[in-house]
Ligand binder design. Sequence first.
Ligand code: SAH
Ligand code: SF4
Length: 384
Amino acid sequence: MTSIIATSDPESPQERVNLLGLSRPQMEQFFQQLGEKTFRAQQVLKWIHHAGVSDIDQMTNLGKGLREKLRGVAEIRPPEIVSQHDSSDGTRKWAIRVDGGGLVETVLIPDGSRATLCVSSQVGCSLDCSFCSTGKQGFQRDLSAAEIIGQVWLAIQSFDAFQSGKGRVVTNVVMMGMGEPLLNFDNVVSAMDLMMDDLAYGISKRRVTLSTSGVVPALDRLAKVSEASLAVSLHAPNDALRNQLVPINRKYPIAMLLESCRNYIDAQSDTKRVVTVEYTLIAGVNDQPQHARELALLLQDFPCKINLIPFNTFPQSDYRRPSGNAVSRFWQVLVDAGYIVTVRTTRGDDIDAACGQLVGEVVDRTRRSERYRSELQARENQVG
Ligand code: SAH
Ligand code: SF4
């Protein structure tokens, strides 16, 4: 059994364990290693994730001695919010600074009685899909489990909803922010366990969704340890086209990926689960009726629903968003073939919170506003 408590090194001060990221079994193991009863784990989980407490001294059902002992080896350290933007449509976006200085983004998208939190798993991404701004950033590092679950914690905290019990701020979570979640396997699984655990956020497994571009061996592993819902970023109906858009397809082609997805569904305890197939529509690239027909054939007998995402533009890309008509035509072919098809509406566009726009926005926004300022200056000079 590996130790969760860092062994003390006389040369350097002992690093405290961040309790925010420990799943229930890890928290129990932590208390065992501390020589304490495991029911303490349940109490602490509730303090952190139900009550939103980050100060060990506020955990009043732990004795004074235990609190002191805990303070010596542990802490509750959420990531730091750098900025918060509210869109006119109710979408809220945070830029979050993680240890070491990287920035990631989290977006909350309210929709009627639902509120979906889009959570990041890595700073940047190594997979370099041709239409994705995160891919253009390159990979910087994995987020820790605390930094991943911390995004849920911060979202609830920002509405002051731990204390006030103002109903549920986050009803659904999608691992669709920055990064490829399956390339940060252990931390993502621990964080998703907390999302679904009644001692933490208690969100139903159907409402916690992991989206992957298709890291097949990791997906096979996930089937053994998680019951979260699955979304897969397909984006093309054949390998030749998918190889161009999603380079990891050269390693794990479509047939292999769909088989792995099917195994994932089959491994779940409840029947009637389906995979969400995500398909980003890019004008003139993969949005033609023949692509839709090919997709309909490919997914015959595959347990899925299809989510079409009109491409969201960003400065470093020459791809274009398809017209509304092109999206409708594509949608119609699939509906006629008997599929359940949704079109993702763009939310939070005024704050660059749409899918694939989550580029290091702080940098980008600054650049854009600099460009804007210099254009203004140029115009003023002309007029003047
Ligand atoms: N790495 C994971 C999850 C993050 S991306 C994955 O690729 O699935 C979440 C979704 O947004 C994916 O389906 C991704 O392909 C899509 N996406 C990325 N960039 C986009 C863009 N510019 N416009 C529309 N969708 C995009
Ligand atoms: Fe990474 Fe997903 Fe973007 Fe591809 S689409 S580069 S896997 S974040």
